[in-house]
Design a protein around this ligand. Structure first.
Ligand SMILES: Cc1cc2nc3c(=O)[nH]c(=O)nc-3n(C[C@H](O)[C@H](O)[C@H](O)COP(=O)(O)O)c2cc1C
Length: 196
């Protein structure tokens, strides 16, 4: 059974990211997978303070809601980072989550040094993102950041589902084609894993 963890970095309830993630989740379930969606904006998470604590222990010293996410991130077979585009980048909520993954990057380095790092090649990370405009470069920053976040975790980048031209709250919900594509994306996440 594929276990997918999805992090929603949009602060807008009923927003386009949430609508798309709901459809992706529908696809995951249709394909026999399990998915948990976590809204990052409902959590209390401080930004990384670059204290260097995690370089010694592989653990983050900041005691907030991110502590509950480390185990989930580690246990997930597939991860989806979902975020609206804010100023050509991921939302601040998403970026705080990603910066706090530095502790998992440190953990990876420590395990590697001890020759105890055994990544699962079938685990993958994905990006779901939505923007109001349609510029060809609108998702470049988000894709680069997500790719590197997954690299830090030792996950292969599985690809992205992007939606251009949606601004009003939940507006993407009126676009049947986009919704169908989001379901397909969810189905593929699971079937790619089970056929691997
Ligand atoms: C602070 C802020 C910055 C934004 N910056 C951009 C941007 O640079 N380019 C763009 O196309 N849309 C931008 N948008 C629009 C959002 O990407 C768009 O409304 C998206 O659909 C929001 O997704 P959501 O409903 O899931 O929150 C911005 C919105 C906000 C609130």
């Amino acid at each position: 059974m594929a276990t997918v963890l999805a992090l929603n970095g949009s602060p807008r309830r009923g927003g386009n990211t949430e609508v798309l993630l709901r459809e992706v989740a529908e696809g995951v379930r249709q394909a026999g997978g399990e998915i948990e969606i976590i809204g990052l904006s409902s959590l209390t998470m401080s930004p990384c303070i670059a204290c260097g604590g995690c370089t010694k222990t592989g653990k983050c010293v900041i005691n907030d809601d991110m502590q509950g996410l480390y185990d989930k991130v580690q246990a997930a077979k597939q991860i989806i980072i979902a975020s609206p585009i804010y100023f050509y980048a991921l939302s601040a909520q998403t970026k705080i989550f990603i910066d706090r993954l530095q502790a998992m990057w440190s953990r990876k380095q420590l395990l590697r040094a001890a020759k105890k790092w055994h990544p699962d090649p079938f685990n993958k990370g994905y990006l779901v993102s939505v923007a109001a405009t349609r510029g060809p470069r609108i998702f470049e920053g988000a894709v680069l950041c997500a790719r590197y976040a997954y690299d830090a975790l030792g996950l292969e980048y599985g690809g992205e589902f992007l939606a251009r031209g949606f601004d009003g709250r939940g507006e993407v919900g009126k676009d049947d084609k986009k919704l169908r594509q989001a379901v397909e994306f969810g189905i593929n996440i699971v079937s790619r894993q089970t056929s691997a």
